[in-house]
Design a protein around this ligand. Sequence first.
Ligand code: Z5A
Length: 216
Amino acid sequence: MRGRFITFEGGEGAGKSTQIRRLRERLEKAGVAVTVTREPGGSPGAEMIREVLLSGKAKSLGPRGEAMLFAAARADHVDATIRPALDARSWVLCDRYADSTRVYQGEAGVDGQMLDLLELAATAGLVPDLTILIDIPAEIGLKRVEARSHNPAGTAPDRFEADTLAVHERRRALFLELAEAQPERVTVVDGTGDVASVEDAIWRAVEARLGLAGHG
Ligand code: Z5A
């Protein structure tokens, strides 16, 4: 049996990376093999494209050009990392996937038909079994990212974090619209609670939606 494919979505500082680490630990304790990966990136070719995108070097290509680069990175990631892991019966936990292109590049003006074409080209039909949307007000997420950037181990804001609060709020609304349109795939988890309570909500969603029987 093939592994399960779970993606995490949400705005900056929503807690995706934190919760992926926690879910990985819980799944491994339950005897499930887990592969953690991220977008843009997750394979050697896609990590090269990540650097170009997040540094802002590709901004001059415009939203459509950036969308194409995200799609090129995703195609390599799907082929080199995600499909082989699923075929090896590993559960794949992926920090962002195609919904992020819909929201970020869609908000920036790339039209729906173009996004459909790019998604098909990049994923060749690989759709997540479950998408966890961690929802928080943009202001809270940005404060978390800001606090992290003051930490000596933290990172400076990237090309997309630097956008205005209004842009971040529109992205949040688009993520919620997407979840409402596809409730069978996307579950919304309130990300404003403490790390442990968000972790529990995600675990309940994974148990309810995917179950664990037959794995491990
Ligand atoms: N992008 C795009 O435009 N199109 C696409 O197709 C794709 C991506 C795939 C990737 O950035 C950027 O690319 C992204 C969208 C765009 N825009 N930005 N920026 P990234 O991979 O570098 O970053 P990110 O995905 O936005 O993740 P993030 O900002 O690092 O956030 P996170 O992973 O959701 O959060 P975290 O690292 O787990 O937590 C952030 C901080 O909050 C950290 O200090 C935690 O300790 C703290 N935290 C976490 N949870 C909590 C709770 N519950 N309470 C309090 N504090 C918490």
